[in-house]
Design a protein around this ligand. Structure first.
Ligand code: NDP
Length: 447
């Protein structure tokens, strides 16, 4: 590791020693951004990166609610308001038992760079709770969301901080959260994105992260004169991002052979077509079932319990479940099996060692902060429509999303292209995201 990066990381480790995910995210950025800072005098002596790694505000609060048996439950809620140099804090809420300060700080830190890349005026934030929605009744979900918002409402607002969904927070949860915010504030504003279409939501928002990731992969392939058509594709996850990444791959003629959840993955040698994908959407979003049930409906498919899909042969991979789900050995297997393109739908699904394997093999690799930025970009479009009190059509929003993903790809190329023509998309995304935030921080002075 570069000595300057090492020294910087030592100082970050002292302050955040029990936050491994956060340190991982910071290191990945520091490795590419610190050399750039040293090459550009305007940043000298300004401690910009040291300021960016410190959240502007971190709120932690108690959430008490009563379950269906009348028992009082206690969870912990958080909002990390990381950086507001270029706009109001913006980033999702995650409800999952693994949520803690480290996970949310890593996500909020990534969000700062991602939001900057979208070209829209949005700062970075993230929040959530260690609440586990699995197995809870609809009434319990509603009571928890209302209790969570009864504290969060005082810290957010359409010009301050605009949360959205993430793992465990979909349309249903956004509805309950929005309802309580509206009641407490007595105002109907675009304080959350991912809202229902009839009450302020945007067309294409549910699809945007998955579709956007595939648009980004398409741009990477096109640059090499290639296309998604006829490619064998592995997808992990079966939530929002995975479902719509699969849908767009299918529409573009790709053959998706795997999807997964935290219990394992299904392999369908015949490919998951739109009809089969509709079954998965209904299974996961309406019936709230498990991916293993796919093989009962489609017996030619196989379920692999407790495993991730990376050992299957493929041309392309889209990790769309969660952080650190793709390790060094998985990356080596993917490369050995001929995979030419890995596009992150999830946030930081590949470990640092896995990314090194992809870079050494010089295959196409897109980091989540670039390739999954379509979700927050469309949230930005939802905020614009709310402010205008106007609605764009599905086609208008999809066209804007495509343009934004093309622009992000171009920014990554601008800062990440190497002499031999290879594009290091990690370097490109980190530097492009950094420059805009850093320049705004310089302009605003030491605050
Ligand atoms: P969902 O809750 O809709 O789906 C998450 C999926 O990942 C589910 O299939 C879930 O399985 C699986 N999963 C979650 N945790 C684990 C785990 N520890 N191990 C294995 N599988 C797991 O979430 P999203 O699709 O919204 O989010 C997925 C990823 O994409 C996250 O990293 C998120 O931060 C990122 N992202 C999401 C955006 C969005 O717009 N929604 C925007 C940008 C990034 P199970 O059902 O068993 O829990």
């Amino acid at each position: 590791m570069d000595k300057r990066v090492q020294e910087f990381m030592e100082t970050v480790k002292v302050r955040n020693s029990h936050e491994p995910e956060f340190l991982q995210a910071v290191q990945e950025v520091a490795e590419t951004v610190i050399p750039y800072i040293y090459e550009h005098d305007i940043y000298a002596g300004k401690n910009i990166l040291s300021r960016i790694v410190e959240p502007e505000r971190l709120i932690s609060f108690r959430v008490c609610w009563v379950d269906d048996d009348g028992v009082i439950q206690i969870n912990r809620g958080y909002r990390v308001q990381m950086n507001s140099a270029i706009g109001p804090y913006k980033g999702g809420l995650r409800f999952h038992p693994t949520v803690n300060q480290s996970v949310l700080k890593f996500l909020a830190f990534e969000q700062v760079f991602k939001n900057s890349l979208t070209t829209l005026p949005m700062g970075g934030g993230k929040g959530g709770s260690d609440f586990d929605p699995k197995g809870k009744s609809d009434d319990e979900i509603m009571r928890f969301c209302h209790a969570f918002m009864s504290e969060l409402f005082r810290h957010i607002g359409h010009d301050t901080d605009v949360p959205a969904g993430d793992i465990g927070v979909g349309a249903r949860e956004v509805g309950y959260l929005f309802g309580m915010y509206k009641k407490l504030r007595n105002e109907f504003t675009g304080v959350l994105t991912g809202k229902g279409l009839s009450w302020g939501g945007s067309q294409i928002r549910p699809e945007a992260t998955g579709y956007g990731a595939v648009y980004f992969a398409d741009s990477m392939l096109k640059r090499k004169g290639d296309e998604i058509k006829n490619k064998i594709i592995l997808i992990s996850g079966s939530g929002n991002v995975a479902e719509y990444a699969a849908e767009k791959c299918i529409q573009l003629g790709g053959k998706v052979v795997t999807m997964s959840d935290s219990s394992g993955y299904i392999y369908d040698k015949d490919g998951i077509n739109q009809e089969k994908l509709d079954f998965i959407k209904d299974l996961k979003n309406v019936k709230r079932g498990r991916i293993s049930e796919y093989v009962k409906e489609y017996p030619s498919a196989v379920f692999h319990q407790g495993k991730t899909p990376w050992s299957e042969k493929c041309d392309m991979a889209f990790p769309c479940a969660t952080q650190n789900e793709l390790h060094k050995e998985d990356a080596e297997t993917l490369v050995k099996n001929g995979c030419i393109c890995v596009t992150e739908g999830a946030n930081m699904p590949s470990t640092i060692e896995a990314v090194t394997v992809f870079h050494k093999a010089k295959i196409l690799f897109a980091p989540g902060k670039a390739s999954n930025a379509g979700g927050v970009a469309t949230s930005g479009l939802e905020m614009t429509q709310n402010a205008l009190r106007y609605k764009w059509t599905r086609m208008e929003v999809d066209e804007k999303l495509k343009d934004i993903m093309k622009d992000i790809h171009a920014s990554c190329e601008q800062y990440g292209a190497e002499d031999d023509g290879f594009v290091n998309y990690v370097k490109g995304a980190n530097i492009a995201g950094f420059v805009k935030v850093a320049d705004a921080m310089l302009a605003q002075g030491v605050i």
